[in-house]
Design a protein around this ligand. Sequence first.
Ligand code: HPA
Ligand code: ZN
Length: 337
Amino acid sequence: MNNIEKLIKEIPKAELHCHIEGTLEPELMFQLAQRNKIKLPFANPEEVRRAYEFSNLQTFLDIYYQGANVLRTEQDFYDLTWSYLLRAKEDNICHTEIFFDPQTHTERDVAFETVIDGITRALTDAKNKLNISSNLILCFLRHLSEEEAFKTLKQALPFKDKITAVGLDSGEKGNPPEKFKNVFEAARAEGFLTVAHAGEEGPADYIWQALDLLEVRRIDHGVRCTEDEALVNLLKEKQIPLTVCPLSNIKLRVFKTMHEHNIKKLLERGLCVTINSDDAAYFGGYVVDNFMACYQALNLTRDDIIQLAKNSIQASFLDDAQKSAYLQKINEVVEKG
Ligand code: HPA
Ligand code: ZN
């Protein structure tokens, strides 16, 4: 391991774009299937991994929603989240803001409460045993109606103290942010912060909509912002963070190769970009793997790595005192190395 690789691993980092259902490793999928007496259409975990070849976002989502079918009980959601947190610890993730998709589960008659109880029990354990802090973000599935999203928002209200923000995920094309304008307004009125996936497969206009109509604090992905110069300038001026997921972008063919990825250019232009794993079990890597892939293909420098780690803290929903404490820890690691 050279010095930069060591720094990538050791520097404290926040992860801000991680779908907890996307951290379901094939081995755990098999364990949960066995525990819940569910028959999988695969013989073993290796066969599952071989099936993970995607040509776009939708081909991934079809397999991803199928995988989530093994999640049934509170313990299943606990085990899923705890496995992710143990893995995050290895990468020196000090803070994580996790997405969950309640509709993927309530549609299968798994209670909202079952999902949130399992996830939050693991997050509490992570704070106490692993020293990882966290926030939880509820995502609405954008291929479903706004009416369905309203039902989900209502189900979330009794658990308001456990959920920091609402977001928007699933198939982007044909499901613009404007479709969810009213439900996001209602969510903001209830005190939730907002984020949205935009500009992954969808156009730059969807990023404008997310900002103007949903009043998001961050854009998830957002890499297609470069199609609109005025938008790039605004993202820079207002330091609106982009939670970029490099390996995901290659797997889902947003960019052909990592050499063509625009994250280094965005960083050099002064945008608040961050590196995240998206759906690590499906896209072949956690946060450090994503950093390494960018470092190798785009020649990220030591200063780039430090900036990306600091951005991840700045872009989080932590308060100023918590941010200062983590930034201080970053400086300590940097000065030591
Ligand atoms: N984009 C949209 N929806 C998703 C993703 C993604 O990258 N991952 C899980 N749901
Ligand atoms: Zn995502």
